[in-house]
Design a binder for this molecule. Structure first.
Ligand code: GLV
Length: 321
């Protein structure tokens, strides 16, 4: 049967499903993404690859993958894969849409609230023994969330789930910007489709949910931050390079915007030192949008389902089109 290479630790029951179908599975039992050199070596004989979104599956890897039929990416974004090269080589690419929508929307709101209400600063303050009791004008006065304006950039599944939380849970007015209209969000959530400029002008919270493409690369730069309210907070749980990180540090340092909740970075796992140094209303997470146990199990299951389908000659369940 087929040889499957898995670049990272995956839940044992999913590996078992592959083996039970008669396949040979090699799982790299190390933390962190595989190096490009190791991947180039391992890929030569594999017929299926299960990999992380933090691993670059470029034209060189695809050229080395002489027997490969499917690349099953563990995650919804697939900007790490040269899809065109894969298609030319007749390799199917699959993703995990849907499974992580709610978990990622939850994290978006966690970051939004944490930055607005200065939760991490408060935690540090309490642990340092500096809490002196309730004060009217205390050290961590934050920003109101309820009833404010939420700007959603990228109104796909995750953007809509965030808008739903904002509208139904926090009474927010929802503005959105997207490649096309999202009638469901407009109908259900009174979301208003606006040009990006208006969204930036009017939103108290701007949440980024676009995929990374050549069009969205550095979609947020100095000009966009200048346009945003001085009191606004940016939340990015999409992809780091959608935001020019240097410009973000500048905007936070100069007060062009008030804060940020960031889960993704331009050069992961490297984080701009300017961001690390900023603590006031700036909350940093280590790319954990989908990181609940249930969701990560669901991602692994979807990737394995796709591999099993393709290796039996059936159509993939979640192909990148
Ligand atoms: C996470 O960032 C994903 O794309 O699944």
């Amino acid at each position: 049967m087929a040889k499957i290479y898995v670049t990272c630790r995956v839940f044992a029951e999913e590996i078992e499903r592959l083996r039970a179908a008669g396949h040979t599975v090699e799982m790299r039992d190390h933390l962190g993404p595989i190096s490009h050199a190791e991947l180039l070596m391992k890929i030569t004989t594999a017929e299926a690859l299960i990999c992380l979104l933090s691993e670059r599956i470029d034209a060189e890897v695809i050229a080395a993958a002489k027997n490969l039929k499917i690349i099953a990416n563990l995650g919804v974004g697939y900007d790490n894969i040269d899809v065109k090269a894969a298609r030319t080589a007749g390799i199917i690419v699959t993703t995990t849409p849907g499974a992580l929508t709610e978990a990622t929307a939850d994290l978006t709101f966690a970051l939004l609230l944490a930055a607005a209400r200065r939760i991490v600063e408060g935690d540090t303050f309490v642990r340092a023994g500096e809490f002196r009791g309730w004060e009217l004008i205390g050290p961590q006065l934050g920003l109101e969330v309820y009833g404010k304006t939420l700007g959603v950039v990228g109104m796909g599944k995750i953007g809509t789930a965030v808008a739903r939380r904002g509208r139904l849970g926090f009474g927010m007015k929802v503005l959105y910007h997207n490649r096309g209209r999202n009638k469901v969000a407009e109908r259900e959530l009174d979301a208003l489709y606006v040009p990006l400029e208006r969204l930036l002008d009017e939103s108290d919270f701007v949440c980024v949910h676009t995929p990374l493409t050549p069009q969205t690369h550095h979609m947020f730069g100095r000009q966009e931050f200048t346009r945003m309210k001085d009191s606004a907070i940016l939340v990015n749980v999409a992809r780091g390079p959608v935001v020019d990180e240097k410009a973000l540090v500048w905007a936070l340092e100069t007060g062009e915007i008030a804060g940020a909740g960031i889960d993704v970075y331009e050069e992961e796992p490297v984080v701009h030192p300017g961001l690390i140094n900023l603590r006031e209303r700036v909350v940093l997470a280590p790319h954990i949008g989908s990181a609940t146990e249930a969701t990560r199990r669901a991602l692994a299951k979807i990737a394995v389902d796709n591999v099993l389908q393709v290796l039996t000659g059936a159509l993939p369940l979640n192909p990148v089109t």
